[in-house]
Design a protein around this ligand. Sequence first.
Ligand code: PHE
Length: 466
Amino acid sequence: MARESWNTRVGFILAAVGSAVGLGNIWRFPWMTAENGGSAFLLVYLLIIVAVGVPGLLGEFVIGRRANRNPVGALASLSGSKRWGYVGLITVVTALSLLSFYSVVGGWIIRYFLGSFTGAYFAQPGAYFEAINFGWEAAGFHVLFLAITGTIVYAGVRRGIEIATKVMMPSIVVLLVGLAAWAVTQPGAGAGLDFYLAFEMAPLRENFFDILLAAAGQALFTLSVGAGTMITYASYIGEDRSLAADGVAIGVTNTFVGVLAGLVVFPLLFAQGIEVGAGGPGALFVSIAGAFSALPGGVILSVGFFGVVTLAALSSSISMLEIPVSYLVDEFGFSRAKATGGLVLVYLVTGTYVALTPGVFDFVAGTLVDLLLTGGLLAFLLFVGWVLGQTAIEEFEMGAGAISRSISHPWLYAVGVVLPLFLLFTLLTGILGVFEVSIDTTWTLVATAILGLVAFVGLRHPESAI
Ligand code: PHE
């Protein structure tokens, strides 16, 4: 069977933007920013997007387009070694963790969408969120969200994804701009803007390692990088596209939506006098509910808002499900229907568990995902730099314009050497943080250097360009 490819030239970009723009921008970003010191987090996060996220995205594109395979098969076939296939299996673990919590949040979104028609959550935003976030009803809505995701993935890449994104992107920008314009004029909103935008050094000095891991994890999460999604999506594109141009366009659009969401959430939280760190995963829901109850036409606005966010969530969740589906289809010859059906059953169980257990939700949706994405991207970039080498440059330059071609060598050096060191350092300090080991920067740097050296020497391909 011929592999599917995107319908139109813009199809791929739309789908990749659809994957990137999602609950990561609108829900997870405000949560993480609130928990990690506000503006200090924002700054580190933006730096990582530019310096690590976008070059990393291009790394995944190169692997995917070269291999025309799912992440596991791509690493194995391009390297000609089973060992890399095992490394690629991390993407299956990541995909399992991602959708298990994402579809719980997707369930919340659907719940809020339905509740918008009656204004169910308008009067007591905080209490409403507390009442619905975990438990059997939450599990029920998770199943609903999962079923919709499964249906779209089952229908195949072309029909579902491209269309959903075309509707979603413009509407979401218009709605967020409108809401932000209103939010910043509310009494008390100024303190929210300060928290979000006035660069404050203090949190960085106190919690540098926590902020580093959270910001790196969030930057990768929001770009859908480190999970293998972009490898999978790029496996469906032709050689005539400039990967660099597409990558930058995706990075810019996606970051814009995230920063906008913050401009809605933080002024509103402060205007309502809600303690910013206390919101946790509810920050978005609680802040925005207050806005809709106060605004004229709040019902229509909230229906529109949660409707669009549902689309944004779905265009991301399908890209998460597409990773293990393409793995089963490519590597084991499963039919798309069987692979999708089987995986939906798995998520049914894992997601339900997450929906019933708030502690597990927090860990999986926060730290675990940060670590998995950081580790996943580390593996991909080492692969690009040390296994593909010259081939990566060739692939990078295919379909590229003059500007993109001129950065191909510096790019390879960055993804092969500089970024892996950064990711390794972040990963190590992150893991130590999970075990609550107090961290000594010098020793972590030394350990990073030693581990990095061992990994580079061990993985180096004889023909690598570095
Ligand atoms: N980027 C998506 C979002 O912001 C989430 C995602 C992460 C999707 C990793 C696929 C892979 O919601």
